[in-house]
Design a binder for this molecule. Structure first.
Ligand code: ZN
Length: 88
């Protein structure tokens, strides 16, 4: 037999590490890639191109960040429920 205990609270806002995912933005002017974090998208920050110094607005394109976050949160909730049932 085995038992599972779940520590910590799963309530409240969770970023599930999304903030630390890094991506590259391609400059519309010089095509150089500039790295950024998803946190920068969430906060609506503006990148400065490493090549030509043009400003690149990191709009959350079609709400992709929020959609991804909700989907991951739902998956985590399902996993926690399943694990809780196993532990009983
Ligand atoms: Zn550029």
């Amino acid at each position: 037999m085995f038992s599972i205990s779940i520590k910590g609270s799963f309530e409240g806002p969770r970023d599930l590490g999304l903030d630390r995912i890094s991506m590259d933005a391609t400059c519309p002017r010089c095509q150089l890639q500039t790295p950024f974090f998803l946190r920068d998208v969430r906060l609506g920050r503006v990148l400065v191109c490493r090549g030509c110094r043009v400003n690149i607005a990191l709009n959350d394109y079609l709400g992709g960040y929020e959609r991804t976050r909700k989907r991951l949160t739902r998956s985590m909730d399902d996993l926690v429920k399943t694990l809780s049932r196993l532990g009983q």
